[in-house]
Design a binder for this molecule. Structure first.
Ligand code: PGA
Length: 255
């Protein structure tokens, strides 16, 4: 089912008591959610169990990890496996965020391993794609993102695809305050949906949730989420402020 999602990516922010306070603030003002209108919160690993426990009595608001290991278990010092993420109570894992691709050299082959192992452990994957500014300036962003999707997702079948959400995050819009215009977002989201349709068929493409990320705020969420192919957002900075993220959740629910 195609669902709208407001997803919070806390990145490497907030201490345990701050994360707890933020979740409790969000829960206090949460509008009615449903299978088709979900909220996802991705704290740092060490707060995953706490977040999952705080959210456990509330339907359709889920904890997520920001990453997982490529391997199931073993001698991989410092890594956290998809099985551990699932065991902590998370429903989703973000794979292929541009910060992981850039700072930790995660290439498409690595991301395939991570998505495979996440799905095998019963997690849903939020698969990130998006172009740097140089590619946008060249005008080749459609091909660039298509290649990321081809190399990251084309080995799945339509059944596996049901457990994947795509997040389009133009790198030039992440944390910069420079948001893609609604027209730019819609154009790329429609392109992504057509790429999915070309490989998996129209039903799978119609079912695919495609989130926009990059300087989403309460003030611009409604305009972005009103685009026909934008199914919500993956939000960094604004997800750390309760009033901002609540505004974004409201926009997601009402669009
Ligand atoms: P931002 O980050 O909302 O701070 O731009 C988005 C993201 O990186 O997911």
């Amino acid at each position: 089912m195609r669902k709208k999602i407001a997803a919070a990516n806390w990145k490497m922010n907030l201490l345990q008591n701050e994360g707890k306070a933020l979740i409790n603030q969000l829960l206090a003002t949460l509008p009615p959610l449903s299978e088709a209108r979900q909220v996802v919160i991705a704290p740092p690993f060490v707060q995953l169990s706490q977040a999952a426990q705080l959210l456990s009595g509330h339907a359709h608001i889920h904890a997520a990890a920001q990453n997982c290991a490529t391997e199931q278990s073993g001698a991989y010092t410092g890594e956290v496996s998809a099985g551990m993420v699932k065991d902590a109570g998370a429903a989703y894992v973000i794979i292929g965020h541009s910060e992981r691709r850039e700072y930790y050299q995660e290439d498409n082959a690595t991301l395939v391993k991570k998505s495979d192992i996440a799905l095998a452990n019963g997690l849903q994957v939020i698969f990130c794609c998006g172009e740097p500014l140089s590619i946008r300036d060249e005008g080749t962003q459609n091909n660039y993102v298509e290649t990321q999707i081809r190399e990251g997702l084309f080995h799945y079948d339509a059944a596996q695809l049901k457990n994947i959400v795509i997040a389009y995050e133009p790198i030039w819009a992440i944390g910069t305050g420079r948001t893609a215009s609604a027209a730019q977002a819609q154009e790329m989201h429609a392109h992504i949906r057509s790429v999915i349709a070309g490989k998996f068929g129209h039903d799978a493409a119609a079912d695919m949730s495609i989130l926009y990320g990059g300087s989403v705020k309460a003030a611009n969420a409604k305009e972005l989420f009103s685009c026909p192919d934008v199914d919500g957002g993956l939000v960094g900075g604004a997800s750390l402020v309760a009033e901002e993220f609540t505004g974004i959740i409201d926009a997601m629910v009402n669009c």
